[in-house]
Design a protein around this ligand. Structure first.
Ligand SMILES: [Fe+2]
Length: 420
């Protein structure tokens, strides 16, 4: 009996280390489980943070893109003084910024009953129009309120209510507290709806837009006044000289007709028209004793006359948007073969407007009386143009002019003011 008890005690002592080891293992296991839970939680936090970083990155990229477009708008604001170009650029860049399918800019024309003219961007392409239209009654309400507004397409028939397709944002353009127009941006490309922060951004942008529009309007006013003054000078200059009276007006009319016949665009026609009226403005700087001298000029006197394109260029210098007009005036005595003046440029180095002006200026000079030679008949003048084609004149322009005359000669020359 005693020996059995001793044996059991011995076995118990022998088992004790194993028991202790098991307890240690269980403790380590529990600790590991705890650590595992901690790692899992840390992982979940890391995943959440990563998502946050990605989302912030996307927001940052979007903000950078918006900043880029705003910078572009501001650069346009600073560099464009042509109202049409300015409005087209502004609405296309703003529509890009707002990520919309369609954007329209409306400007009220004071002095005309409730009319606006507008430039539209969108419908899958840059479809700019300048069609005047009445302001609808809804827009009149906006104009009267003068507050920016998000029109949410959810829950209402916006087409019926506002005459637009879906959601939109309306941003007024205010000049010195007066609403002079507005921008309407419609249908987000991604199908989402406008948010308050987008409206705030567009409202801030509209302030820059108004500064630019005001600058463009002021510049146009200055330009118009400047031209009006110079036109008066041209008229005064010609009125003093019986030989050149009405010359600029006839050259303006025929040059424009030829420009249209050739297919110049509106911008080129505008340049051509101004240049045609002003082409001899530099003669203001030539002594009248030389300018009005009867008979043959000396070499020196002819040298003085030849400075008038350069003087004209200098007179128009202050109007820096009229580079085309200045170049055309500068080049109107250049020859196709390079033997003209003042710089001896040739061929297509001479602007197409100057090549047109050269043909019309010479034609008018030939069929009207001049102190240094007798008047030529119109058929003789046409022969002279043909003889000069390829040397003095661009042969294509001469051909176009002769074709145009053939098609409607009497009507053209009569309207231009020639006696037939
Ligand atoms: Fe001239």
């Amino acid at each position: 009996m005693k020996s059995k008890i001793i044996s059991n005690v011995k076995r118990l002592f022998q088992a004790m280390p194993a028991l202790k080891h098991k307890q240690q293992l269980e403790s380590v296991n529990a600790d590991l489980q705890f650590r595992l839970e901690e790692v899992k939680a840390a992982n979940e936090t890391a995943i959440k943070l990563l998502k946050g970083v990605k989302s912030k990155n996307a927001e940052l990229e979007k903000a950078v893109e918006r900043l880029r477009i705003i910078t572009n708008v501001c650069m346009t604001v600073a560099s464009t003084v042509d109202t049409d170009e300015l409005l087209k650029s502004i609405i296309s860049m703003t529509a890009e910024l707002a990520d919309v399918k369609k954007g329209t800019i409306y400007l009220k024309q004071y002095g005309k009953p409730s009319l606006t003219f507008n430039y539209t961007y969108g419908a899958g392409a840059q479809a700019f129009g300048d069609i005047s239209s009445d302001i609808s009654s809804v827009y009149s309400e906006f104009m009267a309120s003068g507050d920016s507004k998000i029109i949410d397409g959810r829950g209402i028939d916006v087409k019926k209510h506002y005459g637009i397709n879906n959601s939109a944002v309306w941003v007024p353009l205010k000049l010195k507290g007066l609403v002079i127009g507005f921008m309407l941006l419609e249908d987000k490309i991604d199908g989402t709806f406008f948010l308050k922060d987008e409206l705030d951004l567009l409202t801030t942008l509209s302030n820059q837009v108004v500064v630019a529009i005001e600058n463009a309007w002021l510049y146009e006013k200055v330009k118009t006044n400047y031209f009006s003054t110079i036109h008066s000078l041209v008229n005064a200059l010609e009125a003093n000289d019986r030989y050149t009276k009405g010359h600029s007006e006839r050259v303006r009319y025929l040059s424009l007709e030829l420009g249209k016949f050739i297919g110049l665009d509106n911008r080129e026609l505008e340049v051509l028209e101004h240049a045609a009226v002003l082409h001899d403005i530099g003669k203001i700087g030539i002594a009248t004793t030389v300018l009005h001298k009867e008979g043959t000029l000396t070499v020196d006197e002819y040298g003085v006359i030849k400075t008038h394109p350069l003087i004209g260029d200098q007179i128009l210098g202050p109007i820096n948007t009229l580079e085309g007009v200045r170049t055309t005036i500068l080049q109107h005595h250049e020859r196709y073969d390079g033997k003209g003046y003042p710089h001896g440029v040739s061929g297509e180095e001479i602007s197409i407007m100057a090549r047109i002006l050269s043909v019309i200026d010479s034609f008018d000079a030939m069929i009207t009386e001049r102190p240094y030679r007798k008047v030529l008949s119109q058929s003789k003048a046409k022969e002279e143009l043909k003889l000069g084609a390829g040397s003095q004149f661009d042969p294509d322009i001469v051909n176009a002019f002769l074709n145009m005359l053939e098609a409607k000669e009497e009507a053209l020359l009569f309207t231009a003011g020639y006696s037939l």
